[in-house]
Design a binder for this molecule. Structure first.
Ligand code: A1D88
Ligand code: NDP
Length: 447
């Protein structure tokens, strides 16, 4: 039995769930990996000079043993997230430390502690096998997987699964991720694949859509409401392209920050009209490496007021981090919220705390999404209320280049990867629903 036989069975219109369940598993599968013995390969280089094309490999790896509550999924398509860029440049830490720590949790978790790390935190595919105790899913189900892996043995996470002390991001802090022909997930990561989307479109939103949903919409995040002015950094990027859609769909007023006219056009096409081109307007929030320039914060705030008719920002959707955080805190209105999930440009932030406490602003840390939030975010995709922002699609062999593009900010929206799917456009089950949303689904394609 080879992976090719699995693909043939999935693609055959005559296959039944029983046929898929009866397929013997192959011994190995092709997977995107980084190697433990290469974690020092970029030592001494600047972050931007660390090249994912050098550290990302396509290897044949053994199929992992299937445990209770788990599922093996034949991955038709996946997508590149920035966490795979971090893994591939071994910043801020090598992810092998996460795998070692996970390996200490239990005998079963030891499977994850290997000298290679199969990465990737999104997938769309078909369930191949389920482990003991899995009843809600069966072989043959067409699924997407969110990337929250939890053990739930402690009460800390029982109200909000993101608060589990053993909370991990699948394919980043666990092994056997989605940039591969087969992936291992916990069955409660599985969700129905939106039936109007192709495999690669369905695999694109997962991680960033769920994250933006918690960070901006959920009461665990900013709890956005109608009419809010929402400042969205990187509004046409991975997270930002979903935050912009949530703001528009929720009756808020997105103020989109981008770095080119082309990206401004994408935001206009999504329906936004308040757009700031940070490159054209040349903001320099830092005079030098250690000194910020409050005059630039004020110039930025003045521009926001021009776009809003004099109003300030209710919610800042933050992720660039060090470079922008001082400005983000400054431009937020009295009582407003800065919600942050990342620090792409540096995690040691600096801001003037007087503007925070005197104006009663709050900073909220947000990370991925709990089970329910991920489910709700996927439901919005399935209902055609929020759309994938897939721009370019790569083959599994070219994942290194795809990650390089994301690292160098050369991409738009989300970048997809075909795993088992032999070509783009396959897997659509509801053509009528698709036709209703076709323009929105294709908005980011090939730009
Ligand atoms: C969904 C997609 C998401 C993304 O893309 S996010 C972007 C990518 N992700 C990242 O960049 C994050 C990568 N992760 C990290 O950088 C690290 O992962 C963290 C900094 C988040 C945490 O590092 P850690 O090694 O877990 O923590 P420590 O603080 O460096 O060390 C832990 C030790 O510190 C002790 N400790 C913790 N809290 C306290 C306390 N309050 N008082 C005293 N000690 C404390 C612990 O017990 C333990 O100790 P002991 O080393 O002996 O085991
Ligand atoms: N904690 C969590 O759960 C999650 C965290 N993340 C993290 O969020 C970050 C962004 O992820 P994602 O949106 O997918 O990445 P993308 O690269 O797709 O988008 C980020 C956008 O941010 C803008 N940007 C980048 N650097 C700067 C800067 N120095 N100043 C201002 N804007 C900047 C760029 O837009 P432009 O050039 O147009 O301004 C870019 O398109 C990453 O660090 C990632 O690891 C992502 C998902 C989940």
């Amino acid at each position: 039995m080879t992976v090719k036989d699995i693909l043939d069975a999935i693609q055959s219109p005559d296959s039944t769930p029983a046929d898929i369940a009866a397929l013997p598993l192959p011994e190995s599968y092709r997977a995107i990996t980084v190697h433990k013995d290469e974690t020092e390969m970029f030592a001494g280089l600047e972050t931007r000079d660390k090249d994912p094309r050098k550290s990302i490999h396509l290897d044949d790896v053994p199929v992992p043993e299937l445990g209770p509550g788990e599922a093996l999924v034949a991955v038709m398509a996946s997508s590149v997230n920035y966490n795979s860029v971090w893994t591939s440049i071994f910043e801020p830490l090598s992810t092998f430390g996460f795998l070692e720590r996970y390996g200490r949790v239990s005998d079963l978790a030891k499977r994850h502690d290997l000298p290679y790390h199969v990465i990737g935190s999104d997938l769309a595919g078909v369930v191949l096998r389920t482990g003991p105790g899995v009843n809600a899913w069966q072989a043959g189900d067409e699924v997407v997987a969110h990337c929250l892996s939890v053990e739930l043995e402690s009460s800390d996470g029982h109200n909000d699964t993101m608060l589990d002390p053993e909370q991990r991001i699948w394919g980043f802090e666990t092994n056997f991720g989605g940039l591969a022909e087969i992936a291992l997930v916990k069955s409660n990561q599985l969700m129905p694949k939106p039936d109007h989307l192709s495999w690669e479109e369905a695999a694109a939103p997962g991680l960033v859509n769920s994250t933006a949903y918690r960070q901006l919409v959920s009461r665990n995040g900013a709890g956005m409401k109608q009419g809010d002015n929402v400042l969205i950094w990187g509004a046409s990027g991975g997270l930002g392209s979903y935050a912009t859609q949530f703001a528009l769909a929720g009756g808020a007023n997105p103020i989109c920050v981008v770095s080119s006219e082309q990206k401004a056009d994408i935001c206009r096409a999504m329906g936004a009209d308040a757009i700031i081109d940070r490159s054209a307007e040349g903001y320099r929030f830092w005079k030098d490496e250690n000194t910020q320039d409050p005059k630039e914060w004020k110039r930025f705030g003045k521009r926001i007021r021009e776009l809003t008719g004099g109003e300030d920002i209710d919610i800042v959707f933050e992720h660039p981090g060090r470079e922008t955080f001082g400005a983000s805190v400054f431009v937020t209105r009295k009582g407003g919220t800065i919600t942050t999930c990342a620090s792409t440009s540096g995690y040691m932030h600096e801001y003037d705390n007087r503007y925070l406490w005197m104006s009663l602003k709050r900073i909220i840390g947000s990370h991925f999404a709990n089970y329910r939030e991920a489910w709700e975010a996927n439901r919005l995709i399935a209902k055609g209320k929020i759309h994938p922002t897939l721009s370019k699609v790569y083959s599994l062999e070219d994942t290194g280049q795809a990650a390089y593009d994301v690292h160098r900010n050369l991409h738009q929206g989300k970048v997809g990867v075909l795993c088992l799917a032999p070509e783009e456009g396959l897997g659509v089950r509801d053509q009528a629903k698709r036709a209703q949303h076709l323009d929105a689904i294709n908005r980011f394609r090939n730009i």
